[in-house]
Design a protein around this ligand. Structure first.
Ligand code: ATP
Ligand code: MG
Length: 373
């Protein structure tokens, strides 16, 4: 009910023209780029069930989504299980990780009454739209993306899914007519692919059935790209082979303390905030700020007189305090897998209705006959 109420509020708030292809007709009209931004605001984000979530995923995406939800945004959050098939995976681990991820999303404060929580594979329109968009994308453009180049370089045989990854990502967003995508900085280039596909669609078919999505990056608090604790030149990642490179949301206080103690810094004992010259120490300061709600100056001031080794204990305590309540909520949700599955089922039903709506316009614009009833 709350969702319906807010949709109506949103429509009132953005009462401007919709410009989409008439369903079953060919009366698409070209609209300018500026006009294409006049859509009801909708935020979406996806998290891959490739392993336990780390604090980069949390501060960079999940916690921000909860803040957006609490500010009244129309939020959709999905478990990107189809994306996780692009790398080698174990089917049982995928099932377990998907449920675990759903429990963490709920434990972090995503409210299924207000936001739509679901698994990507439960809405087949993602894959269907992906195919339509794949027919507009070029191999050259996709093969040029840094994340593809990096991942493909490590493989002898490169799965086609890895190349198509950003196209599926574009479909994830466009299929709901989402206007904003809450992501970390690593996803900004993939969003440019989505924007390019919207332009190509408009040129090819003379209409635009979805808005051009924009990245909703975090502010300048460092949460857009938290660094690996073992190699500050890299981002913190679930798929990093070194488990000490990341702090998991499920790590105990002791494990958090150990990982922070082992974090790579430098040979200067004082704590300063200089991401360019002292990326390791700056990473600790960023974690401290995010966990304790401090500015960089306040964190450095709190570290006054401490060596980096002593400061690490302070940072570990701040992180443990921030994560402990989430960990406890996740623990109790893990004991209720049926509840979690129910939330995902109900979320998928809502998501399917939204996706069908947009997909019907896209299919009509492309010239696909409506399915026989
Ligand atoms: P993988 O290594 O399997 O790609 P990942 O750690 O990159 O895992 P994803 O599931 O791909 O996690 O990303 C989920 C969300 O978290 C995305 O919005 C992504 O931009 C964000 N994110 C990932 N890593 C970081 C990070 N180090 N700092 C901030 N945000 C991040
Ligand atoms: Mg990733």
């Amino acid at each position: 009910m709350e969702f319906i109420r807010r949709s109506i509020v949103n429509l009132r708030r953005y009462p401007r023209r919709f410009h989409y292809c008439g369903l079953g007709h060919n009366y698409c009209t070209k609209k300018s780029e500026a006009e294409s931004e006049e859509w009801p605001r909708r935020v979406i984000t996806g998290l891959q069930p490739t392993g336990a979530l780390h604090v980069g995923n949390y501060f960079g995406a999940l916690r921000r989504c909860v803040q957006l939800q609490d500010a009244g945004e129309d939020l959709m959050i999905f478990i990107a299980d189809l994306h996780s098939l692009t790398t080698h995976h174990n089917p049982q681990a995928l099932r377990d990780n998907s449920l675990e991820l759903a429990a963490l999303v709920l434990a972090a404060g995503v409210d299924p009454e207000r936001s739509v929580v679901f698994t990507q594979s439960a809405v087949p329109r993602h894959a269907e739209l992906c195919w339509l968009l794949a027919c507009l994308a070029t191999q050259a453009r996709l093969a040029h993306l840094p994340q593809y180049k990096e991942k493909a370089a490590a493989l002898k045989e490169v799965p086609l899914g890895l190349l198509l990854y950003p196209v599926l990502q574009a479909a994830d967003v466009l299929v709901y007519g989402a206007t904003h995508v809450a992501v970390g900085a690593d996803q900004a280039q993939h969003l440019q692919v989505a924007a390019q596909l919207v332009r190509t669609f408009r040129h090819r078919y003379g209409c635009q059935p979805f808005p051009t999505p924009r990245a909703l990056l975090p502010g300048d608090d460092g949460s857009d790209r938290l660094r690996s604790l073992r190699d500050p030149s890299k981002k913190m990642s679930k798929s990093d082979p070194d488990p000490k490179s990341r702090i998991l949301l499920t790590d105990s206080d002791d494990v958090i303390a150990l990982k922070i103690r082992k974090a790579v810094t430098d040979f200067t004992p004082q704590v300063t905030y200089d991401p360019e010259r002292r990326p390791g120490v700056a990473s600790l300061v960023a974690l401290h700020c995010l966990a304790g709600g401090l500015s960089a100056e306040e964190a450095v001031e709190a570290a006054g007189g401490l060596t980096t080794a002593q400061y690490k204990r302070l940072v570990a305590r701040a992180l443990a305090a921030e994560l402990a309540p989430l960990r406890a909520r996740a623990e109790s949700l893990r004991a209720k897998p049926r509840l979690v599955r129910h939330v995902l089922r109900a979320g998928a039903a809502r998501a399917r209705r939204r996706a069908d709506h947009v997909y019907a316009r896209v299919a009509a614009a492309v010239g696909l006959l409506p399915p026989a009833r």
